[in-house]
Design a binder for this molecule. Structure first.
Ligand SMILES: [Zn+2]
Length: 249
């Protein structure tokens, strides 16, 4: 018989995902994945992203939102203008697999300026060409639109680097392969990039746009743990500060 999880600690608080009072339970010491809302099973980065979105764009439920690789129904339930997609290697962008729409972030099928908000949670560390993906996301955002995203930023790493790259259609591993859990496929996703403390500069160099970094650490809101940064890139002329790439379209 399965043993009940050992409880590291628990506390009462407010959950932004199920939108009510709850008990947050730390089922292990890796709070990022193990500090769970007992009502909706959400994890800290999901709650943090919603809190940041609520602060920046309170009227987001009325806007056009696209999310890549969603792991919760929250936005689908809250926002009429919501759409989502997953990346499947074996079908083309714009096609469907088991009813799920496929998009490749590196070559989105959407027209320019299709969305007001683009959400990626823990996706950018699994993309082979994150620069191209970020540029594509900025292309499909409307003026003033936001890319709001999470991805692990390692505080002891000063320079970001690729762990794996594509050479033709073959994956070339530059370091020992690492995998994270994935909502689709065989349940695991190859880590292609390790990001470090140069992350925001790298984002600017890659896209030309400034990136804001929000960090909430508040157990009252069920938010604590590692890599809880929520990054925001706003598509506006004044935020495009560098390079020819990524100009306003
Ligand atoms: Zn909850």
């Amino acid at each position: 018989m399965a043993q009940p999880p050992t409880i590291w600690f628990d506390n009462e608080g407010y959950c932004s995902v199920c939108q009510g009072r709850t008990t947050f339970v730390a089922e292990g010491e890796w709070l990022r994945d193990q500090y769970i809302c007992s009502r909706c099973r959400s994890i800290p980065r999901q709650r943090a992203l919603i809190e940041v979105l609520d602060q920046l764009v309170p009227r987001w439920p009325e806007l056009r939102i696209h999310e890549s690789s969603p792991t919760m129904k929250f936005f689908a339930n809250q926002c009429r203008g919501y759409s989502y997609s997953f990346f499947f290697e074996d079908i083309g962008p714009g096609e469907y697999k088991n009813g799920l729409p496929c998009e490749n972030l590196e070559q989105l099928t959407f027209a320019d300026r299709s969305f007001d908000i683009f959400i990626t949670q823990d996706v950018m560390e699994h993309v082979f060409d994150p620069q191209r993906a970020l540029m594509e996301i900025m292309r499909v955002l409307d003026h003033g639109g936001l890319h709001i995203f999470t991805t692990p930023k390692h505080k002891h790493l000063t320079k970001s680097y690729a762990r794996a790259r594509l050479s033709g259609t073959a994956v070339e591993h530059l370091f020992e392969p690492q995998y994270h859990g994935s909502p689709i496929g065989d349940g695991r996703a190859l880590v292609t990039w390790d990001y470090g403390t140069d992350f925001e500069d790298l984002m600017r160099d890659w896209t030309g746009y400034l990136t804001s970094t929000f960090v909430i650490r508040d157990r009252e809101r069920g938010i604590d743990g590692e890599h809880l940064e929520v990054f925001v890139m706003r598509k506006s002329k004044v935020n495009h500060v560098r390079g020819e790439a990524g100009g306003e379209s």
